[in-house]
Design a protein around this ligand. Structure first.
Ligand SMILES: *Cc1c(COP(=O)(O)O)cnc(C)c1O
Length: 414
């Protein structure tokens, strides 16, 4: 009965019945390690017990589940906790705009705000970027195959090269600046830049802190707003709560979704610098902006971040995964194996662009869920829950190593 548009269930054709932490079980009782993490929606793993308890308690107390954007204690608790645990310690001043509960809707909201505030129409997006599939966000997404599904022209986005795209020796910030500043370039001054610090769907390319700082500077000097799409790389994925913390930049707008609820429940928001909060009441509304179950789980997840030991543990997991992947790259040097990404959002690329896909399929047979990324699916994407400890990371990466060996050997045999 299900539409042909389905994707993940084609790659991982099991029927799942149970999930806990980094593990899932199918109806035959087979166990899988989940290094897919709901494409970044399950940073804390499946059903983290403390978070599950909070949502069960809320339901048993008849807490309102749906609330449009009505005030509820669940929403108030989230906002207070977010202020205390995330914004205040980082000296960040943002208003919180709840949007429809998908990443793409948060991007639409950020674009509307940027266009409203600046009175300009163009958005600069980067090669390899992914920002969602509704028309405004899709215009900013790069993959040809997804863009082609739109059926209408995708407009008002100017594409610029992401760091490294034209080769390491091209300074892409100089290139961007030159096009923005020369009235003969044909490039109009944009309302905003929209950027991912690590391109989750675009092959796990990661921008360097200095590139991000220079981009922020170019934006600031020209009154262009900087939107960081932290939908996938945020909420701890790179080792810190926001992915741009290491770069030390303060974006004008930040989009969060995927793991903000921390439980796989739909939720999305835009952080807006207070003076840019210029959309009027109802100009970006939506029926499901008050998913109170998601507020409850999101608040419970912030308890993790309130404990400095949690951040340290995530950092340790990051170091461990980095070490293991670098070992793999050495071990499979003859396959041209290279490590991409940052923190716990990583990729492995090979000289043969078709290998990642075969490794992913082989890994599934061996009980490990890993997907591919990039416009040609040419990069293996490794994204365990950020709470996965060293032993489990080792076990997962060992399965991955076997899968690479088998898939490469099969390739030779053919
Ligand atoms: C997933 C994702 C989106 C879109 O989120 P949806 O909830 O699928 O609409 C946007 N940007 C990034 C970086 C993403 O990873």
């Amino acid at each position: 009965m299900e539409s042909a548009v389905r994707t993940y269930c084609r790659r991982f054709p099991a029927v799942f019945t149970r999930a806990s932490g980094h593990r899932m079980w199918d109806e035959q009782g087979r166990e899988y390690m989940d290094f897919l993490s709901g494409a970044g929606a399950l940073n804390y793993g499946h059903n983290p017990p403390e978070v599950r308890a909070a949502v069960v308690d809320y339901l048993l107390a008849d807490g309102p589940v749906h609330g449009l954007d009505l005030h509820t204690t669940a929403k108030a608790a989230f906002l207070e906790r977010f202020q205390d645990v995330v914004l205040a310690p980082r000296a960040m001043e943002y208003r919180v705009q709840f949007t429809g509960p998908t990443g793409t809707n948060a991007i639409e909201a950020a674009f509307k705000t940027a266009r409203r505030v600046t009175g300009r129409t163009e958005i600069v997006a980067f090669t390899g970027g992914f920002h969602g599939l509704s028309l405004g966000a899709l215009a900013a997404s790069a993959t040809a195959f997804k863009r082609n599904a739109a059926g209408v022209p995708l407009s008002h986005v100017t594409r610029m090269p992401y760091e490294g795209f034209p080769g390491e020796d091209v300074d892409t910030i100089n290139y961007l600046t030159r096009l923005l500043d020369d009235p003969g370039s044909g490039v109009d001054l944009p309302a905003a830049f929209v950027v991912e610090t690590v391109q989750g769907e675009g092959g796990l390319s990661a921008a360097s802190p200095s590139w991000l700082r220079r981009l922020a500077e170019v934006a600031r000097e020209r009154n262009i707003l900087l939107i960081v799409d932290d939908i996938q790389a945020g909420c701890g994925r790179t080792g810190t709560f926001f992915s741009f913390e290491e770069a030390g930049i303060t974006p004008d707008l930040v989009c969060l979704s995927k793991s903000i609820s921390g439980f796989g429940l739909p939720m999305a928001l835009v952080l807006v610098r207070p003076e840019l909060d210029q959309l009027g009441p109802g100009e970006h509304s939506g029926t499901f902006r008050g998913n109170n179950l998601a507020f409850v789980t999101a608040t419970a997840c912030l308890d993790y971040w309130a404990d400095p030991a949690f951040g340290k543990r995530v950092q340790e997991h990051t170091d461990c995964l980095t070490g293991l992947l670098e070992e793999l790259a050495v071990r499979y040097e003859q396959l041209g194996c290279r490590v991409h990404g940052r923190g716990l959002i990583r990729g492995l690329a090979f000289a043969d662009d078709t290998l990642a896909d075969r490794v992913s399929r082989t890994a599934f047979e061996k009980g490990l869920l890993v997907e591919t990324s990039g416009a040609r699916g040419q990069v293996l994407k490794i994204m365990p829950p950020i709470v996965t400890g060293e032993d489990e990371l080792r076990r997962g990466i060992a399965i991955l190593a076997d899968s690479i060996a088998s898939a490469a050997a099969e390739g030779h045999a053919q």
